[in-house]
Design a protein around this ligand. Structure first.
Ligand code: PRT
Ligand code: ZN
Length: 303
């Protein structure tokens, strides 16, 4: 299954060619769909957005996209029905299937945490001993409790886990937390973080050489997109005597470019900066003599 070929008949020709395609499983709707499709688009892989079709061929890249519920993605990849997939690390760890993580993608960040009613005086994991904990992630929770030497009563519920303590179903919950506002509005507080999660690209362990090659090409493109995503191209002008002071402020990935301007004794300085770092140093750049600072997005960055 993992090395299936697709027969293609070319237009204006009776020639039939075998085209190898990498099949990627993507969440059909939900929190990871948009970021995943955006990443593919940024990587130059065009996919028709019609979600009524389960399987859609990509344009400009030997890939097809299989749209699924996120719960089904780990197993689909492990079985080889899809070659690769994008899924939350939480879902992948819960299913504990035999597939490999090839890249952390950074989006869909959240954590799997234990939360207790906010008026509980929580001394540490010993409080959980013998308690009832409601969750949709029994696999990760039981492994976590075991690692802490705690025995608790795990109640598996799907959906609305956050109301379990309020209705007397459990003493604590174990669920996804992102901003924490769901916990606050249910009078809960986060006391233990068992897993920090983001979306991961997973792959079948038995891909044939041709599919590995397509995956490597995809990873090359994803790296270029991700390297550029939090970086800015920054240009500024300064009198020549200020250049050294400005260079001292710039953390620069590599040595910045300094070019003379038509106006005598003035230079233009170009560099690439982390966006977060830019806001920290903007004041110091101006104090050092930088003027006309331009900040531009970078689309791709090949390191
Ligand atoms: O239909 P399908 O089964 O495909 O989707 P789903 O409903 O099971 O999953 P979906 O789309 O809700 O989430 C997909 C993935 O997004 C999850 O598996 C996580 O990896 C990731 N993710 C990131 C989140 C969140 N952030 C998140 N905040 N998944 C869920 N939440 C929920 C959480 O369950 C809780 O109810 O948001 C609430 C908490 O949010 P805060 O901000 O109030 O803390
Ligand atoms: Zn799901």
């Amino acid at each position: 299954m993992t090395c299936g070929r697709v027969l293609v008949r070319f237009k204006n020709s009776s020639q039939i060619a075998e085209i190898m395609k990498l099949r990627i499983a993507v969440q059909s709707k939900g929190r990871l769909n948009e970021d995943t499709m955006e990443l593919l688009k940024e990587a130059g892989i065009k996919v028709s957005s019609s979600r009524r079709t389960l399987l859609v061929a990509a344009r400009k890249f030997p890939m097809e996209v299989l749209f699924l519920r996120d719960d089904d993605i780990p197993e689909t990849v492990a079985d080889g029905v899809a070659d690769i997939g994008v899924v939350g690390l939480n879902e992948f760890e819960e299913r504990a299937v035999d597939a490999e993580i090839v890249k952390h993608l950074g989006f869909g960040a959240c954590r799997l945490s234990i939360a207790v009613p906010k008026d509980v005086e929580y001394p540490g994991t010993e409080w959980l001993q013998g308690r009832r904990i409601a969750t949709s992630y029994p696999g990760i929770l039981s492994r976590y409790l075991e690692s802490k030497g705690v025995q608790a009563d795990i109640h598996v519920i799907t959906g609305s886990v956050e109301i379990a303590t309020g209705i007397g179903l459990a003493d604590a919950i174990f669920d996804i937390v992102s901003s924490g506002s769901t916990l606050v509005s249910n009078n809960l507080k986060e006391v233990e973080v068992a897993l920090e999660s983001d979306a991961v690209l997973i792959a079948n362990k038995n891909l044939c050489a041709e599919k590995r090659e397509i995956l490597d090409k995809l990873l090359f493109r994803i790296d270029a997109v991700m390297s550029a995503s939090d970086k800015k191209y920054v240009l500024m002008n300064a009198p020549r005597e200020c250049v050294q002071a400005i260079l001292d402020v710039l953390p620069g990935i590599k040595s910045p470019t300094v070019m003379p301007l038509a106006q005598e004794d003035w230079c233009s300085i170009h560099t690439v900066l982390d966006e977060s770092c830019f806001w920290d140093i903007i004041g110091r750049l101006k104090d050092a003599g930088a003027q006309g600072i331009l900040v531009l997005p970078i689309e791709k960055m090949i390191l």
